[in-house]
Ligand binder design. Sequence first.
Ligand SMILES: Cc1ncc(C[n+]2csc(CCOP(=O)(O)OP(=O)(O)O)c2C)c(N)n1
Length: 538
Amino acid sequence: MSTVREITYQLLRELGMTVIFGNPGSTELPFLRDMPSDFKYILGLHERVATGMALGYAMAKGKAAFVNLHSIASSGNGLSALVDAWYGHVPLVVTTGQQDRRQLLAEPFLASRALETAKPYVKWACEPPRAEDVPRAILRGYHVALQPPMGPVFISIPMDDWTRECLPPDCREVHYKVSPDRVALDGVVQALDSSRNPAIVVGAQIEEDGGWKEVIALAEHLQADVYQQPIAPRWTFPRKHPLFRGGLLPAQQPLANQLAAYDTVLVLGAPIFLYYAYVPGHTIRPGTKLFHLTNSPQDASAALAGTSIVGNLADAARYFLSHCQSRPRGTPTSRTEPAKPRPDYPITPAYLFSLLNEVMPQSAIIAEECPSSKGDLDQFLQSDEPGSFYSVPNGILGFGLPAAVGLQLANPSRRVVCSVGDGSAQYSIQALWSAAQYEAPVIFIVLRNGDYSALKSFCDFTEVGRNVSGMDLPGIDMVKIAQGYGLAAQEVDRPEDLEPGLREAFASPKPRLITVNVTKGGEKCMGMDHSVNPPRYR
Ligand SMILES: Cc1ncc(C[n+]2csc(CCOP(=O)(O)OP(=O)(O)O)c2C)c(N)n1
């Protein structure tokens, strides 16, 4: 018989998980020893980084990624990336070591209650009842992680299990796709056929379900205006398409106002709706018919209004395409191009992103984490390809840097650009080391405004006032930090130095960090100003 360790490596190989993201400790060493040569270990110097790189890798591949953390010692550090995976529907199989079963009851050093810690943010958490169940638990976890909505699972493995003997599990097939109810879809078809002016809201699940092409065809078939979901974690419609109308605002009444002109709204693959500031109002204008297609039963049950139908997004879009009447093409309203920003000093984020849009290849992938300049990025970066934009799924900073490295490792033929705030970069800064060591040629662009601008604008927006501690970030030298982790880095202060700096970065095949001194963030909060009647916290 083979050992649990040998069977597990064979299983991981069969499941295609031969890249292991992790940070090791004593309780993982019996597993990690003598790793087979067809496996690759990607070390993150902090578990937020190890798990965050796996997150980027899994999102890019659309497949499960394997993570190995160190007992409770590192599960806490990796938890925020697990939360990202939960909200971002990212399939991660996360394993952690546990103390030796034979002394667990005596609560030894490093005894781990990591299961309880992770439980609210994973689809399944398990410490196998017996050593010989470890491979089966990993197999079961893998299948749970990939079932829509995809997400993380968590398995705690006592360190003495790896040397026990066991039989291999049957690595059988599981098919995950759930087709939406045809009768329910017919109800939507009827409503769309009698609609005068429908709109579509596109969400991240379109990309999870491989439905980009189908949704573009559907929008053109219906001649429907298209909006991106609020605070989009992924872009799922071409930005330059004539039917694209931009993003929705993350608050009830302003969002309802944006959609007020439409008699029928079809939300494809997003919650109804993701709000940030509390501005009470209608979910949708009374009289507008609202339909919701989602791969998440949880989103279907949590929606505030409308008819929800659970199932695969590409499948649903294909059904509508073949069953709905097409609508005559209107006069194409081409996008009003924003005025080209000027090369002011200090550099504005708008100028930075308009220049980046000119310099970067069309196939570039953006990992975004620049809170107060998100709106400028949204306006000036014109990405039209699937799998090109990834952002913070639930507001936890630390996503950007490691996700960029994982995205780059999974996409060697495309260039990843990580646009990150100088504050946000600090939550997972060790990812720079992994980029250098694993030669992931990410271009990190740090927007150095010297403060937490997004929080300051929230203070203004909600009238908290500016007398708040802990909002300024003086004295951070990003060039030295990056160089210390082994990365080429430069600072750009003058607008005329920006284009040569960017061109040089794209010409080099190596990772590089450019820190750009930019103006502080503006008054707006997630695209909203005082006209939306924000809540007051004073
Ligand atoms: C882990 C975590 N800690 C704190 C926050 C609160 N927060 C939201 S935006 C923000 C400011 C980020 O600063 P920076 O990256 O410099 O971007 P800027 O706001 O200046 O554009 C902070 C601290 C958070 N969202 N996540």
